[in-house]
Design a protein around this ligand. Structure first.
Ligand SMILES: C[S@@+](CC[C@H](N)C(=O)[O-])C[C@H]1O[C@@H](n2cnc3c(N)ncnc32)[C@H](O)[C@@H]1O
Length: 360
């Protein structure tokens, strides 16, 4: 089946089009203590829903083995909570300057539980939009707003089963570690975006924990885990699926010919250590969310697909990470990159590629 569509680093130099949250202030007394279908849908076949399991976790069947993180209830619950934390942090569902009057088609690639498309539809911010969420796993709910549609689709496939130039907005969140070449996704999206007014927006987390006050040390278990994850993803996996891609997205968008590119970097505290109440809550939730996902992030990469550790070795490592992550006095955070850019119009494109010797 080639395609199946079922409707169902602490110091960073900033450029002018780049923004980043200011330093986070620690609190002085902080202690870390049913599947979707609709009318013109093919039936869900065993080739898609007969999910394989590995060490007690459930994984996708369609294009089996290409995505190394689980699709089970635990992971889906984590994804839904993650969405709420991100919404609290960002205070919005998207950054691109979309025109509600002229946004008819929205794509959410790698939609997971579909919570972002559902929330967007409920918000009525884009009242004329039909919102399509695509994924390898049919784990989205059935009961969704009328303008939300889910499709089983591999974004690596060249054919996204829609017309070129027909999409006003393409949203991608947390596909780091899922793709061999994230650049290809950026290039593919460009073909489907409306020339002149179609936007691609990518939200990607740089998983490496950092601090502004040198409280994160290289031998801190969470930092070592992140280094092992990076090594597993880039050296042990065949093919590699890099996880530290967030800071490259802007460059890749520029190389793919997008214009009006903006990058915003947010700091997400790992733990309830910030002084600011809102960030303290976010940090607490984020740490819990991260720890609840830890096993799922790790099993395949540290296990048979990657570093080939035994189950026992992995669980011992994770116990150490959990303990370290809740230790007092470490003011760590991760960086969330939001990058959005516009597909240029044919006129803008010809101006971009016009040789300096061409007559004006
Ligand atoms: C970490 S989850 C993020 C889900 C969602 N974007 C969110 O932010 O809640 C990544 C999702 O991408 C999906 N995915 C991974 N590789 C994919 C691919 N090649 N094509 C489509 N979806 C993919 C996975 O099945 C998973 O649901």
């Amino acid at each position: 089946m080639s395609c199946c569509t079922l409707n169902f680093e602490p110091s960073i130099r900033m450029s002018p089009e780049q923004t980043m949250d200011s330093p986070l202030m620690p609190d002085s007394d902080s202690a870390h203590s049913s599947n979707a279908t609709d009318e013109n849908t093919n039936s869900l076949t065993a080739s898609i829903t007969d999910y394989p399991t590995y060490w007690g976790r459930r994984y996708h069947r369609y294009k089996e083995g290409n995505y190394l993180f689980p699709n089970d209830d635990d992971e889906n619950t984590r994804l839904e909570s993650q969405h709420q934390i991100l919404k609290a942090l960002q205070g919005r569902l998207f950054y691109a300057p979309l025109d509600p009057e002229y946004t008819y088609t929205v794509l959410d690639i790698g939609t997971g539980t579909g919570i972002w498309p559902i929330d967007l539809a409920d918000s009525e911010l884009l009242p004329k939009a039909q919102i399509f969420g695509t994924d390898l796993s049919p784990v989205q709910p059935l009961d969704v707003p009328a303008n939300v549609h889910f499709e089983i689709q591999d974004c690596v496939d060249q054919d996204w089963v829609r017309d070129y130039g027909s999409v006003e907005y393409c949203h991608v969140r947390f596909l780091a570690g899922a793709l061999v070449q994230y650049q290809d996704l950026i290039r593919s999206a460009r073909r489907y975006l409306r020339p002149g007014s179609g936007w691609l927006e990518c939200h990607e987390l740089h998983p490496t924990p950092v601090s502004d006050d040198n409280t994160v040390f290289d031998d801190w278990a969470l930092k070592k885990w992140d280094d092992d994850l990076h090594d597993a993803a880039t050296q042990a996996l065949d093919p590699p699926r890099p996880v530290r891609i967030a800071s490259d997205v802007k460059k890749w968008m520029r190389e793919a010919g997008y214009v009006d590119i903006h990058e915003h970097i947010s700091k997400i505290p790992l733990g309830p250590w910030p002084k600011d109440k809102r960030l303290k809550w976010i940090g607490d939730m984020w740490l819990h969310n991260w720890l609840s996902g830890l096993q799922g992030f790790t099993l395949k990469l540290f296990g048979s697909d990657g570093l080939n550790w035994s189950r026992e070795e992995i669980e011992v490592c994770l116990a150490g990470v959990r303990q370290a992550a809740t230790a007092k006095g470490v003011h760590s955070y991760q960086r969330l990159y939001v990058v959005y850019g516009r597909r240029p119009s044919p006129q803008e494109e010809s101006a971009m590629f016009r040789s300096p010797l061409d007559p004006h």
